[in-house]
Design a protein around this ligand. Structure first.
Ligand SMILES: [Zn+2]
Length: 471
């Protein structure tokens, strides 16, 4: 294994290398696709298990919709088809002949879900209807990057229908908050929430809310979205129900999703020159125990102790690396690369002294802990490490975050130094596109209104916006 590229000198190269070396994913034969290997899959599964529970708690049920959608479905919503057309893959030939109607591989499932909603929703008693699916989707990607941008990716997509707009809006915000909680409490990534601009919203929807984070290299990453679709799709797909007054009405719809991109966010937020750091709450392996064998003493006894320690660590995900063909140094290197939060070393002298050596992945601090205090010590340490990771990411975010007045002044620093800016905006798309000159974009609209004037013209600012270069 070659040494990782320096994270501060060539972040893009480091990012790519660490994914291969830590065995999160590998290249696939089709450009833009990746193979997610068991370790990467295990990280995603931890996220999935947590989020699936939250989604169900929120009243949604899981369902599975088909991968193939009639092309005509996509065309029913004009903005939707226009937004997705450049990324859609179409099946025109199957079963040995040309198809009468081409089928698209879902880029997202609104159209097929709404087609079914029209069959399932008849009365206000059928509402709210809340469906979620865990699935893969395809959006042709011209600038792929493992996990962050791939042609095929995995996600959950929630779809709901409500009697009133207020209820739909509240659903959208509830999910946005759930996602932010996932990012902060599980992934240790501080986020910035807010609505997207008209130009950046979901095609066919009314308002898109997003949550964004700032990565190690200063670029913003949209980590997920929650859309108020309102009634546009309901009208296109003729979803109608009898309301409480006995009249026909269209429901208000929402959709919301997060993807395997979250794994990319973890890599690009917490990593360092030794490799990944997986946040403790979603680490598939939270603790690795490395037995230290000494010449002249039996490895059997040490392995037995290691297994004993493993079973003493209740509710903690532990792996014992008892591969006797590898040196402790080689094992330390491997588990640091994979970002396991805590390493426990146990050798003959430790057994004599009734203690283990505990080393954390962030500070590399060594501590000696008596065996009978290990369980509590590790549980506390995992919590402490989560907090350290979060605080460190928040500190970096604050260092990157600047107040900007005029684009002509802050634009060059946004481009060259990857600084992020809070600035004023008049709300015009003409000013929004000016950001492209410095490779920036409006990531989201902020609640604050500190800045009097627009960054791009002399008009009054309607609200502050968060602008940055983005993935
Ligand atoms: Zn302006």
């Amino acid at each position: 294994m070659s040494k990782l590229p320096d994270i501060d000198k060539d972040f893009a190269k480091w990012y790519q290398e660490v994914i291969y070396q830590a065995e999160l994913a590998d290249q696939a034969p089709v450009r833009g696709c990746i193979v997610i290997r068991p370790y990467g899959c295990a990280v995603w599964e931890e996220i999935k298990t947590y989020l699936d529970g939250r989604i169900k708690k929120n009243g949604a049920q899981n369902a599975i919709f088909p991968l193939l959608i009639p092309e005509s479905f996509l065309k029913r919503e004009a903005e939707h088809v226009e937004g997705f057309a450049p990324e859609v893959a179409v099946v025109t030939y199957a079963g040995g002949k040309k198809l009468e109607e081409p089928l698209v591989i879902r880029p997202t499932s609104e159209t097929i879900v709404h087609h079914m909603f029209a069959r399932w929703i008849k009365s206000w008693r059928d509402l709210p209807l809340k469906i979620n699916q865990w699935a893969n989707v395809v959006r042709w990607e011209l600038r792929p990057r493992a996990f962050l941008r791939t042609t095929e990716f995995f996600w959950q997509e929630g779809h709901t229908a409500h009697e009133t707009k207020e209820e739909a809006h509240s659903q959208v915000l509830t999910m946005l908050d759930e996602y932010a909680k996932l990012a902060e409490d599980m992934l240790a990534i501080p986020v910035i929430k807010g609505p997207k601009t008209e130009a950046e919203k979901f095609p066919g929807g009314e308002t898109t809310y997003c949550f964004e984070a700032i990565m190690y290299d200063g670029k913003a990453l949209q980590m997920g979205t929650s859309h108020l679709l309102a009634q546009g799709f309901a009208k296109s797909f003729e979803i109608m129900f009898q309301n409480r007054e006995g009249k026909n009405a269209y429901p208000y719809l929402t959709s919301w999703g997060v993807t395997t991109r979250l794994v990319g966010a973890i890599i690009a937020t917490h990593g360092d020159n030794k490799g990944l750091i997986i946040p403790p709450n979603i680490a598939p392996i939270q603790v690795v125990i490395v037995p230290i064998y000494k010449k002249g003493s039996s490895s059997e006894e040490i392995n037995k102790k290691a297994q004993e320690l493993k079973s003493s660590l209740k509710k903690i995900r532990v792996e014992v690396d008892s591969d006797e063909s590898k040196s402790p140094g080689a094992k330390f290197y491997k588990w640091e690369l994979k970002g396991v939060p805590i390493r426990i070393e146990v050798g003959p002298r430790d057994i004599e002294n009734n203690q283990a050596v505990v080393v954390d992945r962030i500070e590399n601090k060594k501590e000696f802990v008596p065996f009978d205090k290990l369980n509590k010590f590790i549980a506390d340490k995992l919590e402490e490490l989560h907090k350290s990771l979060f605080d460190r990411a928040l500190k970096r975010q604050k260092e990157r975050w600047h107040q900007g007045e005029k684009l002509s002044d802050f634009g060059p620093d946004m481009d060259k130094k990857s600084y992020c800016y809070q600035t004023g905006w008049c709300g015009c798309p003409e000013c929004e596109v000016k950001l492209q000159k410095y490779k920036g974009s409006v990531r989201c609209i902020l609640k604050e209104n500190k800045h009097k004037e627009c960054f791009g013209c002399s008009k009054e600012s309607k609200s502050d916006v968060f602008v940055a270069k983005a993935y």
